[in-house]
Write a protein that binds this ligand. Structure first.
Ligand code: AMP
Ligand code: ZN
Length: 138
């Protein structure tokens, strides 16, 4: 995609703070970090979101997330990690090239990657169980 900023960064056409690179991915530091060490896994091929990602590449992306998180937990060091992946404007996606956020967490850092828990009502449960019959092959 010629007008996609993450395509250009992943290809190395726009400079970035790259902490890791292989044939399929570039891992860069986020320019607007939620916390020190916030990084993004970018596939070198353009896919807009998780639904477009080929299964094999998606699997590799999660394995890479594990590798980077495991390394950074010790290297930073930090106390925890949020692995976040936004799909669609409604979910907070602003760059429409698939990416995984790796957000280091530090005790009492006050970083808000969370939500206010609601309540699973019987109505919601019944509706969703009905709507997911196809998912289970029923
Ligand atoms: P999302 O909201 O999930 O689409 O995340 C997009 C992320 O990309 C945000 O956290 C931005 O701070 C980050 N971002 C946008 N442009 C750049 C850039 N040129 N280099 C590094 N990070 C960027
Ligand atoms: Zn792209």
């Amino acid at each position: 995609m010629s007008d996609c900023i993450f395509c250009k960064i992943a290809a190395g056409d726009i400079p970035s703070a790259t902490i890791y690179e292989d044939d399929d991915f570039r891992v860069i530091l986020d320019l607007g970090p939620a916390a020190k060490g916030h990084a993004l896994i970018l596939p070198k091929e353009h896919y807009a979101n998780i639904t477009e990602m080929p299964d094999e590449l998606l699997g590799k992306a999660m394995v890479l997330a594990k590798k980077v998180v495991t390394y950074m937990m010790k290297a930073l060091p930090c106390d925890g990690y949020n692995v976040v992946q936004n799909n669609g404007e409604a979910a907070g996606q602003t760059v429409f090239h698939f990416h995984i956020h790796l957000i280091p967490r530090y005790k009492n850092d006050g970083v808000g990657v969370t939500w206010k828990p609601g309540e699973l009502t019987d109505a919601w449960k019944q509706e969703i169980m009905e709507k997911t019959k196809g998912l289970r092959g029923e």
